[in-house]
Design a protein around this ligand. Structure first.
Ligand code: PGA
Length: 258
């Protein structure tokens, strides 16, 4: 299995077609050991497809509907996103859980539709500051993941999970590497307990105030399969520096035949 580290940029409600093109100019070279993608606002998907198609950079969206089609004004289906060549879709980001009251059940539906459309869902989980302070992190993560694990069965291995403590997002203060190790280890153990061997293929990322200065310290931790990056993914040079750090931290791919 390839041990390339995954670097996913989350542009949130930022960016423009010219910014997409600026990234494409810088992303022309490949870093073996780093798989990178930018999740852009829906209207920028055509620009991303046009600009990134000839680069190693992949692209995706930041949410999708839990429905196929129909009378759902304002919704965008996973199939529509896939039509623009997208590979990834972020699902269950804390800003959607908080601002749009997304439930764990709806998130399961979105993940299933993303998989059916051929997208790789990046499912965000993480505790709020008060939950961390109340030592409820494990309980929150179990609640956010259990329904998903039960619903997906063998498909679990096709998703990516991003552990994003809500208190670290946009704060400038990433979680400490030791704490990231501990929490990602907890998630991996929980998945294995409930899903057995399909859990071993799940890539688990860290997100929350990742930047070019702390990326290497985070990406070099063994349980960290990659990072989900918000504000530092808006500046091409910063994002590329994080990709270079990911390439340095990757382990050589092992042959599937061995
Ligand atoms: P941040 O955002 O890197 O700006 O903290 C991460 C995210 O919200 O995914």
């Amino acid at each position: 299995m390839s041990a390339a580290k995954l670097v996913i940029g989350n542009w949130k409600m930022n960016g423009s077609a010219s910014q997409v093109r600026a990234f494409a100019n810088l992303a022309a070279c490949e870093w073996p050991g780093c798989e990178a993608a930018l999740c852009v606002p829906y209207p920028l998907l055509p620009a991303a497809q046009m600009a990134f198609g000839a680069t190693p950079l992949r692209w995706g969206a930041q949410d999708c509907s839990a429905e196929d089609d129909g009378a759902f004004t304002g919704e965008v289906s996973a199939r529509m996103i896939r039509e623009f060549g997208a590979r990834y879709v972020i699902v269950g980001h804390s800003e959607r859980r908080a601002g749009h009251a997304e439930t764990d059940g709806q998130i399961v539906g979105k993940v299933q539709h993303a998989l059916a459309a051929g997208l790789t869902p990046i499912v965000c989980v993480g505790e709020k500051a008060e939950e961390r302070d109340g030592e409820q992190t494990a309980m929150v993560l179990r609640r956010q993941l259990l329904q998903l694990v039960r619903a997906l069965g063998r498909d679990l291995g096709s998703i990516v999970i991003a552990y994003e403590p809500v208190w670290a997002i946009g704060s400038g203060d990433a979680a400490a590497p030791g704490m990231i190790d501990h929490t990602l280890g907890f998630i991996a153990d929980m998945l294995t307990f409930h899903a057995g061997s399909s859990a071993s293929a799940v890539r688990i990322l860290y997100g929350g105030s990742v930047n070019p200065r702390n990326a290497e310290a985070i990406l070099s931790r063994k349980p960290v399969a990659g990072v989900l990056v918000g504000s530092a993914a808006l500046a091409p040079a910063d994002f590329m520096d994080i990709c270079k750090a990911a390439a340095r931290c990757s382990t050589p791919a092992t042959s599937d035949a061995t």
